[in-house]
Design a protein around this ligand. Sequence first.
Ligand code: AMP
Length: 380
Amino acid sequence: MNIGVLGGGQLARMMAQAGSSLGLNFMFLCPDSDACAAPYGEHLCAPYEDKHAQEHLAKWADVVTYEFENIPLSLVELLQQQIPLHPASSVLSLARDRLPEKLLFRTLGIPTAKFAPVDSLEMLINTLEDIALPAILKTRTQGYDGKGQALLRKESDLSAIWGEIGKVPCIVESMVEFRRELSIIAARNQKGDMVFYPVSENHHRDGILRLSISRQDDPMQVRAEAKIRSIMDNLSYVGVMTLELFQVGDQLFANELAPRVHNSGHWTIEAAETSQFENHLRAICGFPLGRTSSKQTTAMVNLIGSLPVEAEIRNIPDTSLHFYGKLKRPGRKVGHVTLTQSDGSPDEFNQRLAALLQLAGEAELSSKTFLNPTPLTQCS
Ligand code: AMP
């Protein structure tokens, strides 16, 4: 079976790596000449708008998917008229705009930060009668890895920040005092079958994900599953979806959804029975979904901007290295390392994780303890 992928970055690369054991072939439409997925299939190196490339992809592929949200919606709509494409263009259109996305959460009764749309400086100033400072201003589209957002601290900053953000349609959100940031990843096929991965606890710095931990029996699992289930069923979703959440007390607030495989799910390659990448392919191809359970606590550490010395990582037991083959640039995700708990004690896991975080340049995170001997209390 032939899979067309819009985008050719590391998510497309890991998808194709997973697809080889399913006997799938890949073609990537990606304008970057150094697309890191290219070694795993045919690379159509052309702008997304290129008619010839679009036609070639549509003729070759049995099914098309995408690896990120910032691709032209018109291309996804066009391809969808010609061949099966998942997740559907209606989902992409919703997920790439923070306003309809938040309105969907509201419709489904899923709590969120207080939010309001803002299209002008005047609207922004008026909104703050309802949403207290400090608050966050986010562009409705094109935001990722902390880009396209700004912290609003005091009224005198508003005009400058509105200019800096580009005077584009935005939403303002209240600051959420969260205990933890979590994400849940699930896969759904056309029959409506669903599987859920254990939730990941996520740690960011400068708006970029640095560390994800998936523990055994996270107390928020049942609540997180209920939320993503209602969203996926509502959208008749096909593929893998990720829902980013804030834990506030024992409540979960939805932050945003991603209609795709996600950085916080990279640990599933080593630790889950079926990886998020394989299950995405299974869902879009109409194959039975694979089991998602994981028997061990796992941590995933992103390598950002540079790669540590390989031998030093390998000296830490039970690590798996993933280098994406991308040119190193500040702030760019160039690889990740997965660390599994195996049979060791929580202390032993914490020590190995601290060593790995040090190598990845995460000094502050490396001083924290992530695995406690006593598990967190369950919430149902
Ligand atoms: P986002 O692009 O919406 O995923 O935001 C990037 C990061 O900013 C999140 O992972 C949080 O760490 C932080 N953040 C976003 N929105 C809020 C909020 N309303 N309250 C507190 N922190 C937030």
